[in-house]
Design a protein around this ligand. Structure first.
Ligand SMILES: [Zn+2]
Length: 48
């Protein structure tokens, strides 16, 4: 699992709380706050 702000690499990552997904298309991209849970949440991501 990955935290907001981590740089897990190119791929698709899903919020473990709500399933919202984000594509990172560059190895230097950081995981953003979840677009559904909001910025204040301690969201974790997993690859999906
Ligand atoms: Zn979420």
């Amino acid at each position: 699992m990955y935290d907001i702000g981590e740089k897990p690499g190119v791929g698709r990552y899903c919020c473990t709380s709500c399933g919202w997904s984000v594509n990172l298309d560059d190895g230097s991209d950081r995981l953003p706050p979840c677009g559904s849970c909001g910025k204040g949440q301690q969201t974790k991501y997993k690859s999906c």
